[in-house]
Design a protein around this ligand. Structure first.
Ligand SMILES: NC(=O)c1ccc[n+]([C@@H]2O[C@H](COP(=O)([O-])OP(=O)(O)OC[C@H]3O[C@@H](n4cnc5c(N)ncnc54)[C@H](O)[C@@H]3O)[C@@H](O)[C@H]2O)c1
Length: 342
């Protein structure tokens, strides 16, 4: 039996808690022991986020509560933790856990800067524990469908790809940490990081990036990046500038030589010279059972612990590269020039 705790019980901590039912259909030998959050109110309050509308009461009465992670580590025998903390706390709490031999699933982005991301990687290696970052897009079937077509070249090579991720300003967060760029990394590290991570997952490391940014309500809350690859045009845009009532939007268009695949309003379509049809996403492409990326990533993490392996889908080195590229994009936006990815 693997004993675990959730640290950070705000928006995403509650998403992971809700998903445990699905995760445990596959991973039957895991046991949630405790939940940790600095705010006592987090155990009873609900959070209305951009990605989740479910607002049902959560029954947490079976679990121990802690307000301090270190105290919980001292008192409980934990095999792993799921952390969903404000981004600037990812590294310190993950490293504290790993130093005690506890495996860590830590939400995206890996860390608020490159140094902290490197320190997390080092701690995982030094202590021989698993570290998996919640870059969940790698686990969603619709995105995997495109990855498969890129690899097989069934419809030829990619000519261009465009990704969008548009949201309202995240106003639900604890102490409003999202809107402080030093704490969240701003829209590049928080929102756009999903597409950026997927782009490097599918197309490899870009040679360089060129980013423009503008201000709506906070600095650089709207960005667009041109990723430099040979033979294709890859772009992505993200904003926190949408109105409260504008639906959260995460979409893409990938144009191959003989087909275009598009995710729009949660519908995955393929268009060729002769047909326009819905494309079936390969749910079990990687032996992962769910159409929910959050469930799949957790199963992948637990399998890595049980089999003493590193995830083939989402190794922590890839998450570190994603943070590096995000910083190159920020540098490009500030300096108004193309920045090479070394
Ligand atoms: N994968 C995704 O799709 C996705 C979506 C949203 C957020 N996230 C990530 O999840 C993380 C959390 O985001 P959120 O929206 O849940 O934020 P949030 O502000 O709603 O929740 C953070 C929680 O951490 C608690 N906390 C703060 N300091 C703590 C400490 N020292 N110890 C224990 N608890 C502490 C807060 O009280 C709060 O309940 C962020 O890194 C964010 O980037 C991921």
């Amino acid at each position: 039996m693997l004993n675990f705790a959730i640290i950070g019980f705000g928006g995403l901590g509650k998403v992971h808690f809700r998903n445990l039912k699905e995760v445990m259909k596959v991973e039957k030998d895991i046991n949630l022991v405790a939940i940790c959050d600095v705010e006592e109110s987090a155990f009873t309050s609900q959070v209305q986020m951009n990605i989740s509308t479910e607002n049902a009461h959560l029954d947490v009465s079976k679990y121990k509560f802690y307000k301090d992670a270190e105290e919980m580590f001292d008192k409980e025998q934990l095999d792993f933790v799921i952390t969903a903390l404000p981004t600037y706390l990812h590294a310190p709490i993950a490293i504290m856990a790993m130093e005690r031999g506890i495996h860590v699933f830590s939400e995206k982005p890996m860390a608020v800067n490159e140094e902290q991301a490197q320190a997390m990687l080092d701690a995982s290696k030094k202590n021989n524990v698993k570290l998996l970052i919640g870059q969940c897009i790698r686990y969603f079937p619709s995105y995997n469908a495109v990855k498969k077509l890129v690899e097989t070249e069934e419809y030829g090579k990619v000519r261009f790809a465009n990704f969008v991720r548009w949201s309202m300003l995240p106003r639900w967060s604890w102490q409003n940490w999202f809107v402080d760029e030093k704490k969240s990394g701003g829209v590049v590290l928080d929102l756009h990081v999903h597409d950026l991570d997927y782009i490097s997952h599918v197309f490899g490391k870009p040679k360089s990036v060129y980013t423009k940014s503008s201000r709506n309500s906070v600095d650089h809350d709207t960005i667009a990046t041109l990723f430099n690859y040979d033979g294709m045009v890859v772009t992505a845009s993200s904003t926190w500038g949408m109105q409260l009532k504008y639906p959260f939007t995460a979409e893409f268009t990938v144009a191959f030589e003989r087909a275009t695949v598009e995710l729009k309003r949660d519908k995955l379509m393929i268009y060729t010279e002769t047909e326009a049809r819905e494309l079936e996403a390969p749910h079990e492409e990687f032996g992962l059972p769910s159409d929910d990326g959050y469930v799949n990533e957790m199963i992948d993490f637990i399998e890595c612990i049980k089999n003493d392996t590193v995830s083939k889908i989402n190794p922590p080195e890839a998450s570190k590269l994603t943070v590096d590229i995000a910083y190159a994009e920020k540098q490009s936006a500030v300096e108004g020039r193309e920045v090479e990815i070394l």
